[in-house]
Write a protein that binds this ligand. Structure first.
Ligand code: HSE
Length: 340
């Protein structure tokens, strides 16, 4: 399987490391040899049709901060040119999330589909803004669009709702989809920290997005909710369909009041008739009352009842492991197509 990777930040680098470390194991267990044949980052690119030397990729990136030092002759190609010039089965978008216009990921995804590459995205922006249209585009071009790592990091929340509950009917979903705000709320609750101090601590620990408003104003959770609603419940919705309220107005005193009623406060993202993200009082015995950076999602299904999945919602290796799951899924469909 030949892969073009756009984005060499925390997740992109973790994917390179993971493929480097697990290459033999992947071949033994799944008969798959993923080869990254092209990479682009903010300042350049690298191509090798036989597969880039992944150890060297990491060294070059580490030393110079950019992939452009890998092979000078193609260093200035941009991602769209890589997509056009490089033969590959899969394009992976690990560029940063932008929920205003989805760029640059939006253009890359569309371009990759036009050039008949299967697409794996861990970038929430384009999906939250245009998932119904992108799904149609993928169908038109007969390629797969996969995005397991956009919700729950490495925790298979989308797959659980979509595949494990196949045949059932999901009536509603409620969840904690943002680790940063859950960490901050837990700090307010347990340590009495103010909003500002809790945010500073989340930044110090590297949890918050580069633009923390995405976390604290509920935008990241809303983007993930849109992705879940489309994939798991078949709704055709985008960011503009979500009522969003972040956690800026929550105070430590609110937790003291809630505790008297046996409750706590969490930033709950929910979808049934409406899509809503807002700080909500829940019982301390609710399975969603998780602490720290954890994510948790409860699926209410018609026959199996309430089922909750809990796990780490972010992290480089965790998210890279979700990309790998998507690769195996696409590989399976390529094998089936080749047989027929
Ligand atoms: N800022 C996000 C969070 C990262 O805290 O959940 C993972 O999408």
């Amino acid at each position: 399987m030949r892969i073009i990777l756009a984005g060499l930040g925390v997740v992109g680098k973790s994917l390179v490391r993971l493929l480097h470390e697990r290459s033999d194991e992947l071949f033994k267990e799944y008969s798959i040899r993923p080869r990254i044949v092209a990479i682009s980052d903010l300042s350049g690119s690298a191509i090798d049709t036989r597969g880039l030397d992944l150890k060297r990729v990491l060294d070059v990136k580490e030393k110079s901060g950019s992939i452009s030092g890998y092979n000078k002759e193609v260093a200035s190609l941009d991602t769209n040119e890589l997509i056009e010039k490089t033969e590959a089965e899969v394009f992976v978008d690990a560029t940063p999330t932008n929920v205003r216009d989805g760029e640059p990921g939006m253009t890359y995804l569309k371009h990759a589909m036009k050039f008949h590459k299967n697409v794996i995205s861990v970038n929430k922006g384009p999906l939250a803004l245009a998932l119904p249209a992108l799904t149609e585009l993928a169908e038109l071009n007969h390629i797969k669009l996969r995005f397991s790592g956009t919700v729950g990091g490495g925790t298979p929340m989308l797959e659980f709702g979509k595949r494990c509950l196949e045949g059932d009917h999901i009536v509603s979903i409620r969840g904690i989809l943002n680790g940063t705000t859950n960490f901050m709320l837990t700090q307010m609750e347990e340590q009495g920290l103010s909003f500002d101090n809790a945010l500073n601590l989340a930044k110090k620990k590297g949890y918050a997005e580069a633009e923390p408003s995405l976390d604290v104003d509920g935008i990241d959770a809303a983007a993930k909710l849109v992705i879940m609603a489309n994939l798991v419940m078949g709704k055709k919705v985008t960011m503009k369909n979500v009522e969003v309220q972040g956690i800026r107005r929550v105070t430590p005193h609110d937790f003291v009041k809630a505790a008297k009623k046996g409750s706590t406060i969490r930033l709950i993202a929910s979808v049934s008739d409406k899509l809503v993200v807002k700080p909500t009082e829940i019982s301390i015995h609710d399975p969603l009352a998780v602490s720290g950076v954890l994510n948790a999602v409860t699926f209410t299904s018609k026959f199996a009842g309430d089922l909750t999945v809990v796990g780490a919602g972010a992290g480089g290796y965790e998210t890279a492991s979700a990309i790998l799951r998507d690769m195996l899924d696409i590989n399976e469909s390529l094998v089936v197509a080749a047989r027929n």
